[in-house]
Ligand binder design. Structure first.
Ligand SMILES: *Cc1c(COP(=O)(O)O)cnc(C)c1O
Length: 378
């Protein structure tokens, strides 16, 4: 028997209760029984995003919300600033370029967080910048950017939007949209929300909603102003992913009502900390200098990286994320966000030890698991 265990920072495992909710008979999205499901989703999402602004639910992966965060607020020829410290920062720049936006990038070495002073300098040098695009958690490098500090700088200007890809931050740690003055925050279902891929979320401040009125980038299906208009009627502009919404209502009940947001952040933070310490205890180095609790990136011992990941998947049944581009085969990224607890974490740490031993790494077998057990029980 090979039991498969998923430890990627999206998609993540889905709780049984959520899977059962999605197995219910399909209801019509214009029928009366759909309305309370949708209302539950949109109001609880506002709690999770910590905002009074509307949170629009789109059908698609997280990237559709990233695209909307460009196409709905800017016009071709507009200037934007992108914090580019990994694959997802690159994605912001690529989306902007696809819509004819003039992009200035702050390139951040992979594994490091952006220096807020660099953002201040770039904004001072270029008053035409209309939006700043950043990741709260840059999943490709397991790094957390200082969103609060960057937002304070952007907020000195009234004519510039602070746009945050919080796809692996919302529901992972505290990113209060309204309190920090964020204009657009996006996330996706297959991350902390414990759902399959297929839903994207985008919250828009009043300031961002004003930008939609003058934004001339072409758009039809993904029209956030149109979606916001239908929200109050507990409707979407087009047919929504009904089954995923039934799952979302259940997942939000677990996250918000039963566990609570603060307890969710604390659990995630704790298992991330335990994982980092366990990996360090057997001599492995961290990928990030400013680690995000969404996932932990560790460098694998020279020469055995690609083999080790293959062994974990094929022999032990553990799927974790590889590094991307220059990090391919060199690192392992272990997920903490969503439906994981301390004992899932001990299990994955034990499996990594098993694989390291099988691949000939010289260390005291059991040390990382011991370290994790000790820290968990503190
Ligand atoms: C997962 C993820 C995305 C979205 O990717 P999709 O494949 O479109 O869902 C975007 N940004 C970050 C930081 C992510 O982790």
């Amino acid at each position: 028997m090979l039991k498969r265990r998923l430890f990627t920072p999206g998609p993540v495992p889905v709780p049984d209760r959520v899977r059962l909710a999605m197995a219910q008979p399909i209801i019509n999205h214009r029928a009366a029984d759909f309305l309370p499901v949708f209302r539950e989703c949109r109001t609880k999402l506002q709690q999770v995003f910590q905002t009074k602004s509307p949170v629009v639910i789109l059908s698609g992966s997280g990237t559709v919300a990233m695209e909307a965060a460009v196409s709905n607020v800017l016009s071709p020829g507009d200037e934007a600033l992108v914090i580019r410290g990994g694959k997802f920062g690159e994605r912001w720049a690529e989306i902007c370029e696809a819509f004819g936006i003039q992009v200035t990038c702050i390139d951040v070495e992979w594994g490091k967080a952006v220096d807020p002073a660099a953002v201040a300098k770039a904004l001072d040098q270029n008053p035409a910048i209309k939006a700043v695009y950043i990741q709260a958690s840059e999943t490709s490098t397991a790094t957390r950017h200082p969103v609060k500090e960057v937002a304070e700088i952007v907020r000195r200007r009234d004519d510039c939007l602070m746009v945050v890809d919080a796809i692996t931050a919302v529901g992972v740690y505290n990113v209060p949209m309204d309190a920090w003055g964020l204009d657009i925050v996006v996330s996706g279902s297959q991350k902390a929300f414990m759902l399959p891929p297929g839903l994207a979320f985008i919250a828009m401040s009043d300031r961002a909603q004003k930008f939609t009125k003058t934004a001339k980038c072409p758009r039809y299906y993904v029209d956030i102003a149109k979606e916001i208009k239908t929200l109050d009627k507990d409707q979407t502009a087009y047919t929504p992913a009904v089954s995923l919404l039934m799952g979302l209502a259940e997942a939000l009940k677990i996250m918000v009502d039963e566990i609570g947001l603060e307890a969710t952040w604390a659990r995630t933070e704790k298992i991330a900390y335990v994982t980092r310490e366990a990996m360090k205890s057997i001599g492995l180095k961290m990928l990030s200098e400013a680690p995000s609790p969404a996932c932990t990136g560790v460098y694998l011992p020279d020469g055995i990286g690609a083999d080790l990941r293959k062994y974990l998947i094929q022999v032990l049944g553990f799927t974790m994320a590889d590094g991307q581009d220059q990090l391919k085969g060199k690192v392992l990224r272990i997920a903490h966000l969503g439906y994981f607890d301390g004992y899932d974490t001990i299990t994955v740490i034990a499996a990594i030890e098993h694989a390291l031993k099988a691949k000939g790494y010289n260390f005291k077998v059991g040390e990382a698991t011991r370290c994790a057990t000790e820290l968990l029980s503190e």
